[in-house]
Write a protein that binds this ligand. Structure first.
Ligand SMILES: *[C@@H]1O[C@H](CO)[C@@H](O)[C@H](O)[C@H]1NC(C)=O
Ligand SMILES: *[C@@H]1O[C@H](CO)[C@@H](O)[C@H](O)[C@H]1NC(C)=O
Ligand SMILES: *[C@@H]1O[C@H](CO)[C@@H](O)[C@H](O)[C@H]1NC(C)=O
Ligand SMILES: *[C@@H]1O[C@H](CO)[C@@H](O)[C@H](O)[C@H]1NC(C)=O
Ligand SMILES: *[C@@H]1O[C@H](CO)[C@@H](O)[C@H](O)[C@H]1NC(C)=O
Ligand SMILES: *[C@@H]1O[C@H](CO)[C@@H](O)[C@H](O)[C@H]1NC(C)=O
Ligand SMILES: *[C@@H]1O[C@H](CO)[C@@H](O)[C@H](O)[C@H]1NC(C)=O
Ligand SMILES: *[C@@H]1O[C@H](CO)[C@@H](O)[C@H](O)[C@H]1NC(C)=O
Ligand SMILES: *[C@@H]1O[C@H](CO)[C@@H](O)[C@H](O)[C@H]1NC(C)=O
Ligand SMILES: *[C@@H]1O[C@H](CO)[C@@H](O)[C@H](O)[C@H]1NC(C)=O
Length: 410
């Protein structure tokens, strides 16, 4: 075998491994007969109470998850995927003459587990459930959904995000059926990147501005220690599966889909934003000698459906968004923050305060140079108009005085 061919095969094997690296497999059996088989990747976004507030974490379904003892076959077969200190994902199936579906989708999590749920003010096991999972397939077919799909559980404390899913219940044999029921998200028409389709040609249609989101971080005391309001747009260069070439993906983050969390320390503050497809974290540093802060690091990871593999980009020697302790930094104009060659972050209507927040409110704002420059134009126009009005007024007054004088002499 030639070296080239061997390297090519190795690369293909590596790609294959990357593609399935996170999927976890489960099989529920009754004696020798298999009733459920599932291969899936899942992330759980869980919001839980801390003293005076809430915190949100993203917990992946680990490869160490096993088929728990609550699993069973029968009329309504059940898969209980157990992991960690008493956590589990539960799927209960039901069927009619044509279709089977996930009738109940549930998440049980143990808030006593300090490692997964730091600072939780509630200790004990919590269960969230929904009976509208939207997961259904024809009998004797495998349900396939490679795209990311998020399902909110009833109390809205838990969002489950599935991807790379292949599963079947009421199996006619021990192997997944070769016929597949494909979820709508996987259908070709919708397998494009989140907002607008990326393109290499220089911006034919400019992306719309992103919606502005409000985010905050609370410390152990429950007091808000970091405040941020901003619209965020990612500009990521990646290799597109659908186009078979490198493209520029312009993606607006949707505030309503972002979970946020973070931490505050005396000279470092971190804000983390997470949705199904993207993680981004902002690290701010405070120089206690000068009492100035700045954005010192940005980390971003994305696993968009059109990417061949997830990407991670980071730079921890940045110096953006500089402000003074106790005051906020504001920039209404669009700012382009280059992070690395393949990634820049565009911010819109931004106001942040990473340190010295008091009373849950922004301190007085320090505006960016661009806003101050933009303010100059209205000031100049205003001054010019005022000058013009003054000249007209003076001319009028002089004219009036003259004609007045004329009358008197008659
Ligand atoms: C399971 O299969 C094995 C061999 O394939 C067989 O010996 C055994 O009796 C089976 N058990 C049941 C409960 O069917
Ligand atoms: C919950 O977590 C705590 C602490 O990790 C552990 O002691 C306890 O056994 C767990 N509960 C369950 C039901 O697994
Ligand atoms: C699903 O859950 C509901 C309420 O939690 C329960 O009434 C129903 O029987 C469950 N369905 C199945 C198929 O287990
Ligand atoms: C599914 O397959 C089983 C066994 O092969 C068969 O008995 C059943 O009729 C099939 N059901 C449907 C809806 O095709
Ligand atoms: C908690 O609050 C107290 C009093 O307001 C303050 O002295 C202390 O520094 C705070 N701790 C943290 C971690 O912010
Ligand atoms: C919780 O917040 C309130 C007001 O926001 C504050 O008065 C109280 O001291 C806080 N409690 C704790 C335990 O931090
Ligand atoms: C995205 O980045 C590329 C390269 O850095 C740049 O040419 C392009 O103008 C950027 N597009 C937007 C919308 O920011
Ligand atoms: C992708 O492009 C390369 C070279 O441009 C070509 O050799 C390859 O066949 C293409 N693959 C697909 C799936 O179109
Ligand atoms: C703080 O700023 C001063 C003056 O710019 C600089 O000399 C010093 O190294 C900075 N300290 C840190 C910890 O960055
Ligand atoms: C990180 O950012 C700094 C400052 O903007 C820049 O000089 C440096 O090249 C960046 N590093 C990488 C790896 O792009």
């Amino acid at each position: 075998m030639s070296y080239k061919l061997r390297s090519a095969l190795a690369a293909i094997a590596l790609l294959g491994w990357l593609a399935v690296a996170h999927a976890v497999s489960f099989e529920v059996k009754d004696g020798n007969s298999t009733c459920i088989k599932a291969e899936l990747t899942a992330n759980f976004t869980i919001t839980y109470p801390i003293t005076n507030g809430t915190k949100t974490v993203v917990v992946p379904l680990p490869a160490s998850a096993v088929v728990g003892s609550g699993s069973s076959c029968g009329d309504t077969p059940e898969l209980l995927a157990s992991f960690g200190d008493g956590h589990s994902l539960g799927l209960v199936f039901s069927k009619d003459s044509r279709l089977y579906q996930v009738a109940n989708l549930s998440m049980r999590y143990n808030l006593s587990d300090n490692t997964t749920f730091p600072e939780s003010s509630f200790k004990g096991v919590v269960t969230s459930i929904t009976n509208t999972s939207g997961i259904s397939a024809q009998l004797n077919t495998t349900y396939r959904c490679l795209s990311f799909t998020s399902i909110h559980l009833a109390d809205s404390k838990v969002t489950i995000t599935f991807s790379d899913v292949r599963m079947e219940a009421y199996m006619p044999s021990a192997n997944l059926s070769t016929n597949e029921s494909v979820c709508t998200a996987d259908l070709p028409a919708t397998t494009v990147a989140p907002t607008q389709s990326p393109t290499t040609t220089p911006a034919p249609t400019p992306a719309s501005n992103p919606e502005r989101g409000s985010y905050n971080v609370t410390n152990i005391n429950g007091t808000v220690c970091l405040l941020a309001r901003m619209g965020l747009q990612l500009n990521v260069t990646y290799f597109s599966k659908s186009k078979n070439k490198t493209v520029q993906g312009i993606v607006n983050l949707q505030p309503s889909r972002m979970a946020f969390s973070g931490s505050c320390e005396p000279t470092t503050a971190v804000l983390m934003l997470t949705d199904d497809l993207t993680n981004i974290s902002f690290t701010f540093s405070l120089n206690s000698t000068t009492s100035k802060y700045h954005l010192s690091a940005l980390n971003m990871s994305a696993s968009w459906p059109d990417m061949t593999a997830p990407v991670t980009m980071a730079n921890s020697s940045l110096n953006y968004l500089q402000g003074s302790l106790g005051r906020s930094y504001m920039c209404r104009s669009e700012q382009i923050l280059p992070v690395v060659n393949a990634f820049s972050l565009n911010t819109f209507s931004l106001q942040v305060q990473p340190f010295g927040v008091s009373g849950n409110q922004f301190g007085s704002a320090e505006e960016c140079q661009m806003d101050r420059d933009n303010m100059l134009i209205p000031i100049i126009v205003g001054a010019a108009l005022a000058g013009l009005v003054l000249i007209v007024l003076i001319a009028y007054l002089i004219g009036r005085k003259r004609s007045h004088a004329g009358y008197q002499t008659i």
